[in-house]
Design a protein around this ligand. Structure first.
Ligand SMILES: NC(=O)c1ccc[n+]([C@@H]2O[C@H](COP(=O)([O-])OP(=O)(O)OC[C@H]3O[C@@H](n4cnc5c(N)ncnc54)[C@H](OP(=O)(O)O)[C@@H]3O)[C@@H](O)[C@H]2O)c1
Length: 299
């Protein structure tokens, strides 16, 4: 008997983007299945994407129309540089395996990628700009993008950056949650003024992805918020909007020299997305006001 198709399988539904995606789908009344790895959540299925048997099992159990791959390796960019083999297994080889299964079950792979494929030297970056990753994380994400483009017909690659939102269940808080929690406890918060990017409100991001899916678009899109600012300014603006003590925010003017190289000014142009879609990509001030509403609702 043929298994009923589930519209969406969210891989990493216990993460920031995955959870926002599942909430957006539920609000629209669209069925989805989701997975977690180490943080149990009721309703989600356990899956380690680096485990071959578990991967096979998932695809024999579920029959998705779209697979949204929003997993991330704990430890982030620094961990990847220090643990290249583990990082390659997670970011590249697992993506290839999942892509291969998507092909077999005729599902669309929706892959979350990053501004870290660029070096930050020639912004704003359009989708067709030539990547030049500075670290292992960026290299692996770029190699995954290349594999997907060369091997799959049904895919969406979404490059995004500086994603934030209020997600009290998360154990990997984003920049804005870290800021909020530190200032609320009266702690000093160091904010780099040399690091520029596009703050992207997580709800806008997932709504943008869903609009691309509904319109049956495929290919590579940048989905980011409408501001390009440095993290110090972002933190000051957030403190104003969220009613927090601004004097606790201390400017970090220079990178710490022994840190992994990363793009210091990465500005993804969202023009292509805006030309194709109606979802509003709020600037950081608008996004922070939306985050404030969801923060107030959560208490
Ligand atoms: N957040 C950003 O600012 C940003 C910017 C650019 C690109 N992206 C991309 O967006 C994606 C998602 O980011 P995020 O911020 O939502 O990540 P996140 O909040 O850290 O969540 C990561 C998710 O991956 C799951 N996971 C970890 N190890 C796993 C494994 N071995 N097998 C299966 N699942 C595993 C986690 O499950 P458990 O927690 O249950 O272990 C969690 O659900 C990443 O690919 C990242 O490259 C994010």
């Amino acid at each position: 008997m043929l298994k009923e198709k589930d519209p969406y399988l969210i891989v990493g539904a216990s993460g920031l983007i995955g959870r926002a995606m599942s909430q957006s789908l539920s609000k629209r009344g669209i069925r989805w299945k989701g997975t977690y790895h180490s943080r149990f959540e009721p309703g989600l299925v356990k899956w380690d994407i680096t485990n071959l048997d578990e991967t096979k099992n998932i695809f024999s159990k579920f029959n998705p129309i779209s697979v949204v791959l929003c997993t991330n390796l704990p430890g982030g960019v620094d961990f990847c540089d220090e643990n290249r083999h583990i990082a390659a297994e997670f970011h590249l080889n697992s993506t290839k395996r999942i892509g291969q299964y998507c092909k077999e079950v005729n599902a669309t792979l929706i892959y979350l990628s990053t501004d870290y494929v660029f070096d930050g030297g020639k912004y704003p970056y359009q989708e067709e700009a030539m990547p030049n990753p500075l670290n292992v994380y960026g290299q692996l994400k770029f190699q995954s993008e290349q594999w997907i483009q060369e091997n799959l017909k049904k895919f969406l690659i979404i490059r995004t950056t500086n994603v934030y939102g209020w997600d009290p269940q998360t154990v990997t808080p984003n920049y804005m949650m870290n800021l909020y929690r530190a200032l609320q406890k009266g702690k000093i918060f160091h904010a780099p003024s040399f690091l520029f990017g596009n703050p992207t409100y997580v709800v806008d991001l997932v709504q943008g992805i869903l609009e691309l899916c509904e319109k049956n678009y495929s290919g590579l899109f940048h989905i980011v918020g409408d501001s390009f600012i440095n993290r110090f300014q972002w933190a000051l603006d957030a403190a104003t909007i969220l009613g927090l003590e601004m004097s606790l925010i201390k400017e970090l003017k220079y990178p710490i020299s022994n840190k992994i190289e990363r793009p210091l000014k990465s500005w993804l142009s969202n023009k292509k997305f805006k030309d194709h879609c109606k979802t509003k990509m709020h600037n950081h001030l608008e996004g922070l006001n939306l985050m404030k509403l969801s923060l107030e609702r959560s208490y």
